[in-house]
Ligand binder design. Structure first.
Ligand code: TRP
Length: 341
């Protein structure tokens, strides 16, 4: 069976963009058609300035929201990256296969590092090596497919390069994965700056609908979305990005097509009103399930414990094989453990 791996960073509150662009599809399609793992990548959240208490809260909340959005731990594996040591064990080996030039060419690194330096801050070394840890996430599980947003495609490309290089040098060890990008309509843009994606780490939340926003907050944000000059409701991504974004959100929530929906509206106001209600309705069951799960923290803990156990069992043989292939002697302790088995 195809194996799917994806990860979410607990660096902010999850947004409508995360839900429509990825999570909804993971729950409705991926977990049923493939052997899939969804990982809250908490180690990645340490690559930028962070607050430990906030990270703990967000790691729990991100997990709970993944479950609330329909990921079923009986069908797929939901876990925290830091609970499975194989990620960092493998990451080091891959650092011995990757080059520093490769790392410095990563677009996301260049952007994030430049921003940090502009602010007068320093750049953590882990920000540079982050793509290697991401490669380890994927390769440890022999994933065939990695569903991510376009901004992560370069990292998956690097993962492929590292897998091929390792296999050529040290013998076949890793599956070479491929990226799977979501459809166009799944790209939700910031309501205030429709040229930018609706990200969970955006500084101002005015253009970002969070999954846990109250219905009235959602309505306000959608009603205040920037639209474009002009009056007719037309679907034109280049010329009218604000209106196109609303049409795409409405289409993603109701199952229509943005082109067809455009014809049904006479004014921006009516389009905003319907879009707001559609978003409120799409998020209603997710929020209800989230409330139930929050009332049962022992259940969520149990999911994470079982998830880590399942994940570890999948990753360990591959990572052990990589240790042997690269020339490290098996530790006596590990060998003995194997003999007992
Ligand atoms: N880097 C990804 C992001 O920022 C998150 C991530 C980490 C990931 N490891 C992964 C995604 C492995 C897919 C597979 O969105």
């Amino acid at each position: 069976m195809t194996r799917v791996f994806s990860g979410v960073q607990p660096t902010g509150h999850l947004t409508l963009g995360n839900y429509l662009g990825a999570m909804r599809r993971w729950a409705a399609v991926d977990q049923h058609r493939a052997d899939s793992l969804f990982c809250v990548v908490d180690l990645h959240a340490l690559t930028m300035d962070h607050d430990p208490a906030r990270l703990r809260r967000l790691s729990r909340q991100t997990t709970t929201l993944l479950l609330a959005s329909g990921l079923d731990p009986d069908v797929c594996t939901v876990f925290l990256q830091s609970h499975v040591d194989e990620h960092t064990r493998l990451s080091y080996l891959l650092e011995c296969v990757a080059t520093d030039g490769e790392m410095r060419r990563m677009i996301q690194y260049k952007e994030k590092a430049a921003k940090e330096r502009d602010r007068g801050g320093s750049v953590r070394l882990s920000l540079l090596t982050y793509p290697v840890l991401m490669a380890a996430d994927i390769l440890a599980y022999g994933a065939d497919e990695v569903p991510v947003g376009e901004d992560q495609a370069q990292h998956v490309e690097l993962t492929r390069d590292l897998a091929v290089r390792f296999n050529q040098r040290y013998g076949h060890t890793f599956v070479v994965p491929r990226v799977t990008l979501p459809g166009v309509a799944a790209r939700v843009m910031n309501l205030q700056e429709p040229a930018r994606k609706m990200g969970k780490s955006d500084e101002s939340g005015a253009g970002v609908v969070y999954l846990l926003d109250e219905p009235d907050a959602i309505r306000k944000k959608v009603m205040r979305a920037v639209t474009d000059s002009g009056r007719e409701v037309e679907y034109d991504r280049e010329g009218r990005p604000g209106v196109a974004n609303l049409l795409e959100i409405l289409a993603a929530c109701t199952g229509g097509s943005p082109q067809a929906l455009a014809g049904a509206y006479e004014s921006y106001g009516a389009l905003k009103k319907d879009t707001a209600e559609a978003v409120v309705e799409v998020l209603r069951p997710v929020q209800a399930r989230h409330r139930e799960l929050c009332a049962d923290p022992a259940y969520v803990e149990g999911v994470l414990r079982d998830g880590a156990q399942k994940a570890r069992a999948m990753a360990r043989p591959t990572v052990d094989a990589a240790y042997r292939a690269i020339g490290l002697l098996p530790s006596v302790e590990r060998t003995e453990l194997m003999d007992v088995r």
